[in-house]
Structures are given as C-alpha cells and as structure tokens.
Design a protein around this ligand. Structure first.
Ligand code: CTP
Ligand code: MG
Length: 287
C-alpha cells in the first residue's frame, strides 16, 4: 500500500472523510502524527521541482522572469540556492522555458548553482502552464524520491527555514504542506461589473482572520502529488497551485508559517522590494 491512501474511502489523505487516520497502511491514533522526525530518520528522500518556464508578462518586457536579475544574479539562481541550502533537499529539477534549457543550464553552471557541489541539479523543458511545467518536472524525478517540494523560481528570497519547515511537516506525516502568511488587506468578493468600465459590486467580505496567502515551497508525498496531477491531466482540471489540486481531489492540506520574504516577484514593484531585501541581507552578512 502506498503512502497516504486511506483504504476505507480510497481518498488521498492522512485524515479521510470518515475521520480515520492512516499512514503507510497503518491506522494511527491522531497523536501519532505529532511525533517529530527528520527526513533522514524516516529514510525519506526529498527533491525540489522548480517551475521556471513562465514568461513573466506582468513584470513587463524583457527576458523570461526566472532569468531576470536581482543583485546581479538571476531570480532562478537565488531560488535554487535557497533550496540547496536546505539539508532536506537531495536533488533539484529546474523546469526551464522549452526553448531555454541550454541557456538555463549555462546560467546555473556559471553561477556555481549547477549542482557541482551539494544536491544534483537537472534542467528539463517546461510547458504552456505552470501546472504542465510542474508535471514535466515530476516526470524527471528518479524512482527513489518520495517527497517533493514544488518551489516557484519567482520566489527567490524564501528563507531556508521555510524550506526546512515544509519538508519537516511532510516527514512528520502530513501529505500536503503549504507555507502561508496572514493577509494584511481586507479582501472583498465581487461580482461582474454591469457594463465594462462600471464599478464592480461587492458581494461580501470574508472574515480576514480565516484567510491566508499561500507561498512556496509546497511539500507533498510524491505519490500523492503524482496522482493528483495525473487526475487533473485526464480531467482537464486547472489549479493555480499544487495544493489546490490535492484539495480538489479530497486530500487534506495543512499550513505551516511562511515568511514575508518568500513573496512572489510578479510586478515591477516586487523587484524593487526584492532588491531592497537582498541589499539588507548582504549588509547584515557583512557586519
Ligand atoms: N511557470 C512555469 N511554466 C509556465 C508558467 C509559469 O514554470 N508555463 C512558473 C513561473 O516561471 C514562476 C511560477 O510558475 O516561477 C509562478 O508563476 P507566475 O508568477 O505566474 O510567473 P509567470 O507565469 O512567469 O508570470 P506572468 O503570469 O506574469 O506571465
Ligand atoms: Mg503566470
């Protein structure tokens, strides 16, 4: 029996619909899930998949976003370094723009992030959507990998503590783990404007204290992530993040604390902020 299928309901979850708790085919008491163990103690092998094949349209014209520079170093190189700094990660699969595999390989090597030291780094071609790119990254994983961390190249400054916390939570028994932060802004749910250019009507205000903004790396048992991607492909289902696919197929996703510096570089102002964060880190490292 594989990692996280609940036999009574056949759903991919540690806690299934009938509230039984199963892990590795063993029925557990709920408190068993709280035992802290490291990946190594559990003999788990974690790889990271880094989708980096997007065009970065919202960032404006220029090179693909993952190759844009932050402090003179491509965003992707920052992201790969953040992952390889974690002792949990044994392999990184970078998913590059389909026509940019050689360039990405070269960039990683020239910045010393190509895997000569530390975890191995593979580069594979990506697809037309983030979901497709993640699927192509998963397809490149060797059989011995059993935990996968999916991390956006567009989140170059994620602290290693967040990477470790996600990996640890998966090792501790959660099959799908997402780092998240509380929202600063109040969020409104809106309906369509009556006509183009007209104001949008507000339909409601969700209670902000129950909302979280999610980040990456998102961590999964590999068999779970593979299974939801396979189902999504066969049913033409799209989700904006991998955890969304797990939720869609009835799996339980849990959150661990994220970090404000794990923000996604999406628009030009995000690059300005990222430069400032990096400059502060470099200044602090010097003194
Ligand atoms: N991504 C990918 N393959 C795609 C689209 C996105 O690997 N076909 C990756 C991006 O490279 C990024 C991550 O998914 O690291 C998050 O996506 P997003 O921030 O939306 O990046 P882009 O799609 O590049 O940006 P935009 O939507 O503004 O074009
Ligand atoms: Mg996008």
């Amino acid at each position: 029996m594989s990692g996280a299928v609940c036999p009574p309901c056949a759903r991919w979850a540690v806690v299934c619909r009938d509230e039984q708790v199963w892990l590795h085919g063993r029925r557990l008491a709920r408190h068993d899930l709280a035992i802290p163990t490291s990946l190594k103690e559990q003999n788990l092998n974690a790889a990271a998949v880094v989708p980096a094949a997007g065009r970065g349209e919202r960032l404006g014209p220029g090179a693909p976003k993952a190759l844009r520079e932050l402090g003179g170093v491509p965003l992707l190189v920052h992201a790969v370094r953040a992952l390889t700094r974690s002792r949990a990660v044994t392999l990184v699969v970078v998913v590059a723009p389909a026509d940019g595999v050689a360039r990405v390989r070269e960039l990683l090597d020239s910045h010393g992030a190509g895997g000569d030291e530390g975890p191995r780094v593979l580069v594979v071609p990506g697809g037309g959507t983030r979901q497709e790119s993640v699927r192509l990254g998963l397809a490149a994983l060797p059989p011995e990998v059993d935990v996968v961390l999916v991390h956006d190249a567009a989140r170059p400054l994620v602290p290693v503590d967040v990477v470790d916390a996600v990996a640890r939570a998966v090792a501790d028994g959660a099959p799908a783990v997402v780092p998240a932060v509380p929202l600063a802004d109040t969020v409104k749910q809106v309906g369509p404007a009556p006509a183009p250019g007209q104001p949008e009507p507000v339909l409601g205000t969700p209670d902000r204290s129950t909302l979280r903004a999610v980040q990456t790396p998102q961590g999964f048992r590999r068999d779970l992530l593979q299974s939801v991607h396979d189902k999504a492909l066969s049913e033409a289902v799209d989700a904006t993040d991998d955890a969304g696919l797990v939720e869609r197929y009835g799996g339980q996703v849990v959150l661990v604390p994220g970090h404000e510096e794990a923000f996604k570089v999406t628009r030009p102002l995000d690059l300005v902020l990222a430069e400032a964060v990096l400059a502060r880190r470099r200044a602090n490292d010097e003194f």
